[in-house]
Design a protein around this ligand. Structure first.
Ligand SMILES: [Fe+2]
Length: 148
C-alpha cells in the first residue's frame, strides 16, 4: 500500500464510523463510537500534517489545498473538543456530530479530488512507498500519545 492508499483507507474508516454514528441511538454506543472516531481523526490529521503535507507542498499547485487542509484540521479539532464536552444522552450530541460529519466529509472529498491526484502526479512510486512507511511510524507514535 502506498501513502495515498493508506490515507484513503483511513478516509473510508472515518466515513463508515460517521454512518455508524448516524444509525446509533443508544448513548453508550454513541460515546464509544465517537471516541473511536475522534482518535482516528487525530491520528490521521497528524500523519497528514507531519508527513504528507510537507512533501506534497513540493508538488505542483498544492499550496491552496494544503493551507485549507491545515485550517480544516484545526476547525475539526475544535468541533471534536466541543462534542467531547457533551453528554450523548442530550440531543445536542447527535446534532453536533452531524455538523462535524458534513464538515469532515467535505474535507475528505477535497483531499481525494484535489490534493491526492496532484500528489500522485508529482511523486514516483518509490517516494509514495517511502511516505507510506513514514505515515505508519507517525501514526504509531501519535497513537501511543493519544489518551482518552
Ligand atoms: Fe485531512
Amino acid at each position: 500500500m502506498d501513502a495515498i492508499e493508506t490515507l484513503e483507507k483511513d478516509h473510508h474508516r472515518i466515513r463508515s464510523l460517521f454512518s455508524e454514528l448516524e444509525e446509533t441511538t443508544e448513548p453508550q454506543k454513541l460515546q464509544d463510537c465517537f471516541d473511536k472516531l475522534s482518535n482516528i481523526l487525530i491520528i490521521h490529521a497528524e500523519a497528514e500534517e507531519q508527513v504528507l503535507y510537507p512533501e506534497a507542498s513540493n508538488c505542483q499547485d498544492t499550496g491552496e489545498v494544503i493551507a485549507k487542509g491545515y485550517e480544516d484540521h484545526d476547525k475539526g479539532d475544535q468541533m471534536v473538543l466541543e462534542i467531547k464536552s457533551l453528554n450523548p444522552r442530550e440531543s445536542q450530541f447527535k446534532q453536533k456530530v452531524k455538523e462535524l460529519q458534513s464538515f469532515m466529509l467535505n474535507h475528505l472529498d477535497e483531499e481525494e479530488n484535489d490534493l491526492f491526484p496532484k500528489v500522485r502526479q508529482g511523486m514516483d512510486d518509490r517516494k509514495l512507498e517511502k511516505l507510506a512507511t513514514e505515515i505508519k511510524h507517525t501514526k504509531a507514535e501519535v497513537a501511543s500519545e493519544v489518551v482518552d
